[in-house]
Design a protein around this ligand. Structure first.
Ligand code: AMP
Length: 212
């Protein structure tokens, strides 16, 4: 199996599990959210337009995202497949992706709306290596020191605030949820109970992946 796709609401643990699975199975991790944040930070092409959508919690128009993905996939490091985290996020993006990649396996991270809010508002990450933590249930082992790289610098995402969360959940319900039926009908599709602990979710994913 060449490609893995994680879909699910914001805060459902896609990023955390992508980091784990990508490392464990040596599959390149392609996080579209991280890519967009980097473009905005560097002031690259389209950074103002991207910021406009991201700060409001809206999806960036697919024309822009699809071009970005297509260009990114030209990089040789993705030639044997990758783990898509946060893409596709709408049926039109999925149709586009189907045209440019071969087989894929899809995991849907199922999480209730009440848990989404708590997870997003508690989320922070290491500024140095990007490891993701959460104030409610996944803090560094040593206070204020990253477990993986020992950095003492952490950051909260600008769009992880109450107002934006509501909009992001709305976008998810209206644009991304239809993807579930789209993929269920077409692909190897697995639903993961994302309310479980980080370790339990990792084990569920590995269980499925080792059978493929
Ligand atoms: P994420 O880090 O995946 O939560 O994404 C952060 C923000 O980036 C989202 O709220 C959107 O504004 C934008 N974004 C990420 N992925 C996509 C996508 N596939 N399509 C459109 N916008 C996206």
């Amino acid at each position: 199996m060449n490609n893995i796709i994680f879909i699910g609401p914001p805060g459902s643990g896609k990023g955390t599990q992508s980091q784990f699975i990508s490392h464990k199975l040596s599959i390149p991790h392609l996080s579209i959210g991280d890519m967009l944040r980097k473009i905005v930070e560097d002031g690259g092409d389209y950074s103002k337009q991207l910021m406009h959508f991201m700060q409001k919690g809206q999806l960036v128009p697919s024309e822009l995202i699809n071009i970005l993905i297509k260009n990114t996939l030209l990089d040789a490091k993705y030639s044997n497949g990758c783990l898509f985290d946060g893409y596709p996020r709408s049926v039109d993006q999925a149709i586009f992706l189907d045209k440019i990649i071969n087989e894929s396996i899809v995991f849907y991270f199922d999480l209730s709306i009440s848990l989404i809010t708590e997870r997003i508002l508690g989320r922070f990450s290491c500024l140095n290596c990007g490891k993701i933590y959460n104030n409610y249930y996944n803090v560094p082992k040593k206070n204020n020191v990253c477990d993986d790289c020992s950095s003492q610098h952490f950051s909260y995402r600008q769009d992880d605030n109450k107002d934006t969360v509501i909009k992001r959940i709305f976008e998810y319900e209206s644009q991304t949820k239809p993807l579930i039926e789209y993929y269920r009908a077409k692909k190897d599709f697995f639903t993961i109970d994302a309310s479980k602990s980080k370790e339990e979710v990792s084990n569920m994913l590995l269980e499925v992946l080792k059978t493929i």
